[in-house]
Design a protein around this ligand. Structure first.
Ligand code: SIN
Length: 491
């Protein structure tokens, strides 16, 4: 496969450290593969702890000057970065689609989505404010300042190669922090292209550094950052086991943490819901990126009274989704990220069927002319809590339907998980809407809405889905300390 771009300079294959594009110290390379076939089409640096430390050296050296730069100047540079992202949106979408397998129309959407965070935080940079507190003792002034935490390590996943890293780097830079970043091993090219654009925008040397590493060598890079007391914050999006590891290992240097971890989102359709709207919402949120998102519904609860009508309409829509190569215009479900991902989906469906679920549509692997890593969009009915797909994220295009009969029962089942990222429900009863929204144990709730993420909203979870928020004014706070000044002898 060849990746042809209007601006070939976007295709980077080295680390960015202290404004220089450099090979990994040991000269190792990481192949970048086509998710549909597993074939290599590019390669990037496969870094180790030495490269990771060099990146921190650069970020630590750049911190003082960057953090003291007037907020408006930081904002202008971030805005320039935003403008360059928009100017290169077609190329960026092509890179995302090629390395991640995201259908082109969704990849274009991801560029705009990621860019919206960059613009938002450029604007928020100029609104950082503290407080002056009423003093209890005469002759004293109590002031509260917001200060950047220092060097931030950003570690990001493959499922949104642009948006996830953009919404970590942008608030960090806006707050006055400097950054060392490591994108996922499956999708390094989009992140490197973003770093290139940041450099072209004039973000100064050392302020943004990026290293790439294979699955095998990632622990070396991350451990170097965990052990380094100059790294004051880790921001991570990925699995709950890795999030827990980062929390444990960063305890030695007590770093600030933002963890956006796994989910197991319930999607509830009450008997008073608008069924067409609920089908639209479920298709949008469940089948976006082929079901490879942390916030996508993993368990769909449908009230007994509307179950058959809902399933009939849903199956018709899902059965018509077009599976095909991601870069082909018109594809709605692209390849899964790799063979392991397709195996997991197939295992979940086999387990569900063995335990009594029935396949209404899909339920099988698909081989396109392009390669073997595809799975048919699937609807299952008669799902139960005993099935693997009820407890674990499937991360694929499978909607299992659970039948329920009353509100208390469905709330109990929806909350019966260690995870608490997102939940969705459809109802037209205003009293129920407030009751259910408050009862759901998640960081985010979609009410009669399947697409909930936005740059102006706080994205994040509770329970074992992590802590910290991305987007909104809360997203900037996560990159700042609160400092209190007490000035006396004023009376
Ligand atoms: C995720 O769930 O993996 C991120 C999705 C989003 O930002 O909408």
């Amino acid at each position: 496969m060849a990746l042809s771009l209007a601006d070939a300079a976007l295709l980077r294959s080295q680390n960015l450290i202290d404004h220089q594009w450099r090979d990994a110290g040991l000269g190792r390379r990481l192949p970048v593969t086509d998710p549909a076939t597993g074939e290599t089409f590019a390669s990037v640096a496969d870094s180790d702890a030495g490269d990771a430390r060099l990146a921190v050296d650069a970020a630590a050296a750049a911190f003082l000057a960057w953090s003291r730069r007037p907020a408006r100047e930081r904002a202008q540079l971030i805005k320039r970065w935003h403008a360059l992202i928009l100017a290169h949106q077609d190329d960026l979408a092509r890179i995302i689609s090629t390395e991640q397998g995201k259908p082109m129309h969704e990849a274009r959407g991801e560029v705009l989505y990621g860019a919206s965070y960059v613009e938002w935080f450029a604007e928020e940079a100029t609104r950082i404010c503290g407080d002056i507190v009423a003093e209890a003792v005469p002759g004293r002034k109590l002031l509260v300042l917001k200060e950047p935490v220092g060097v931030v390590a950003a570690i990001t996943p493959w499922n949104f190669p642009l948006a996830m890293i953009a919404r970590k780097i942008a608030p960090a830079l806006a707050a006055g922090c400097t950054v060392v970043a490591k994108p996922a091993e499956d999708t390094p090219l989009t992140a490197l292209a973003l770093a290139w654009l940041a450099q072209q925008a004039g973000i100064p040397a050392g302020v943004l550094n990026m290293v790439t590493a294979s699955r095998e060598h990632t622990p070396g890079v991350v451990d170097a950052w965990l052990a380094d007391s100059r790294v004051r914050k880790i921001t991570f999006t990925g699995s709950t086991p890795v999030g827990k590891h980062l929390a444990r290992e960063s305890a030695a240097t007590l770093k600030k943490l933002s963890l956006e971890l796994g989910g197991n989102a319930p999607f509830i359709v009450f008997d008073d819901a608008d069924l067409d709207a609920a089908v639209d919402g479920l298709v949008a949120s469940k089948f976006r990126n082929g079901g490879q998102t942390c916030v996508c519904p993993n368990r769909v609860y449908v009230h007994d009274a509307v179950h058959d009508a809902f399933v009939g309409r849903l199956a018709q829509r899902v059965g018509a989704l077009h599976v095909g190569p991601a870069t082909e215009e018109g594809a709605q479900i692209g390849p899964m990220i790799n063979a392991r991902a397709v195996d997991k989906i197939a295992r979940h469906v086999e387990d569900a069927v063995a335990r009594g679920a029935r396949v209404v549509t899909g339920g099988k692997r698909v081989r396109t002319a392009d390669g073997p890593h595809y799975y048919a969009p699937t609807v299952l009915v008669d799902a139960t809590p005993a099935m693997e797909l009820s407890c674990e994220e499937t991360f694929g295009p499978v909607a299992p339907i659970f039948r329920f009969r009353d509100e208390a029962e469905v709330i109990r089942d929806a909350n019966d998980t260690p995870f608490g990222l997102a939940a969705y429900f459809y109802s037209n009863d205003i009293r129920r809407i407030w009751r259910v929204a408050q009862a759901l144990e998640t960081g985010m709730v979609g009410i009669n809405e399947g697409a909930i993420a936005a740059e102006a909203a706080p994205f994040g979870g509770v329970k074992e889905s992590g802590y910290g928020r991305e987007g909104s004014r809360h997203g900037l706070d996560d990159y700042m300390h609160t400092k209190y000044l007490c000035q006396g002898q004023l009376g």
